[in-house]
Design a protein around this ligand. Structure first.
Ligand code: AHM
Length: 374
């Protein structure tokens, strides 16, 4: 590297976590989990960077070489999706006994961590044993699982994976909820609204790789230093500007958007928005990248309902709710057009939801269009 490029003295992610969990002892159980998630993001980063040179493309196959069947989303899983999903599952389930179960965008239904560990023939790092303190017991009907772990996790291991072909940004998203004391953990335990999230984060694999995290009191960002493979605390207490010029929608769907969104987009283009800035359109096609752009520079990201997708495209649990928590914690907003995303209680784990995220004034204005034109 040129000599004039001097390294900054920055706190490492593990050190940051250590201090945060010391300040808030109730979060201590999350420390090993979040460390493991950061390690998982490093692994995914490496896979993404090597996607053109390694054999990671194509449809995933089972142990007999047969292509996997379509998942619950009606998509045939790609090798890359399966790989990144495995990494995330192992990180959440194998790092401590603190995560009871996980729900992944890539899995048909939530999985108990004990099953995950058996599936991957992996021992729990914390227990270092098969005789796992982590081990859980099914009641035989598979509808009620008693196990260990105060938390459950939701994640989208690789969001916008189609971008990888063209060397464009992608991301991972996650959220962590508490289990409800005294209640068995099962698929229903995941049907919590986003207000109950204890932590949420994403990792953006782009020009730089950045891990953004909220533990419910502000948002911080950690950039991966590729020389030492460490996340360093580069963004302290991120605040989204109160308004911004960016609007980030797939406008090719304009004719399929509902009227309030059409009117809103027209207002932005004709300069009749209450935001007195000349609007500028940005759309990368990876939610993590697009939302990160809005988080840093201000504006609005939207994936509205369309004629074909009455609830939009994005999944409430794995995508919209964690991102809404981050946006709100950074001083911004997350809306469906008619209510806070964080107030939406999912009816099923793969539920989709119209999603608008960004600066408080921009999202407020969009909501006003919904009020007026609905
Ligand atoms: P995916 O879960 O299949 O990756 O889809 C989610 C992605 C988001 O990252 C992105 O905002 C959106 O799909 C883009 O969709 P479209 O191509 O319809 O604009």
């Amino acid at each position: 590297l040129p000599k004039q490029l001097k390294k900054k003295a920055l706190t490492t992610f593990p050190r940051y976590l250590e201090i945060e969990c010391w300040k808030r002892p109730e979060l201590r159980g999350l420390e090993p989990v979040l460390q493991a998630v950061a390690e998982a993001c490093k692994q995914i980063n490496r896979i993404v960077q090597r996607a053109q040179t390694d054999d990671v493309y194509g449809v995933a196959v089972d142990s007999t070489g047969k292509p996997l069947e379509e998942n619950v989303q009606g998509e045939v899983q790609q090798k890359l999706d399966v790989l990144c999903n495995t990494i995330m599952m192992q990180a959440f389930c194998g790092s401590s006994c603190n995560i009871h179960s996980v729900a992944s965008e890539e899995e048909d239904e939530p999985r108990c961590c004990a099953d995950v560990m058996v599936r991957f023939s992996q021992m729990c790092n914390a227990c270092s044993s098969w005789n796992l303190t982590c081990y859980s017991l099914h009641d035989g009907k598979n509808d009620s699982v008693f196990g260990q772990g105060e938390y459950i996790a939701v994640f989208d291991p690789i969001d916008g994976s189609k971008n990888i072909d063209a060397s464009l940004p992608v991301g991972s998203i996650f959220g962590i909820y508490r289990t409800q004391p005294g209640k068995p953990v099962n698929a229903e335990s995941f049907l919590q609204d986003g207000n109950s999230l204890v932590a949420a984060g994403y990792c953006l694999y782009s020009a730089t790789t950045i891990l953004v995290l909220t533990l419910g009191s502000g948002v911080d960002g950690f950039t991966l230093d590729p020389d030492v493979s460490r996340f360093l605390h580069t963004h302290q207490d991120i605040r989204v500007p109160s308004n911004g010029a960016i609007y980030s929608f797939n406008e090719a769907n304009y004719n399929d958007f509902d009227e309030p969104v059409q009117k809103y987009l027209s207002a932005l283009k004709h300069g009749s928005s209450s935001i007195k800035k000349r609007s500028t359109a940005r759309y990368i096609g990876s939610m993590v990248a697009d939302v990160h752009n809005v988080l840093i520079n201000g504006g609005i990201y939207g994936y509205p309902r369309t004629l074909g997708n009455k609830e939009g495209k994005l999944r409430l649990l794995y995508e919209s709710a964690p991102m809404a928590m981050i946006m709100e914690q950074a001083g911004g907003a997350g809306s469906t057009g008619s209510r806070r995303i964080l107030d939406v209680k999912p009816k099923e784990t793969h539920q989709r939801v119209p999603t608008f995220l960004g600066s408080i004034e921009n999202v407020f204005e969009l909501d006003q269009f919904y009020k007026y034109y609905s």
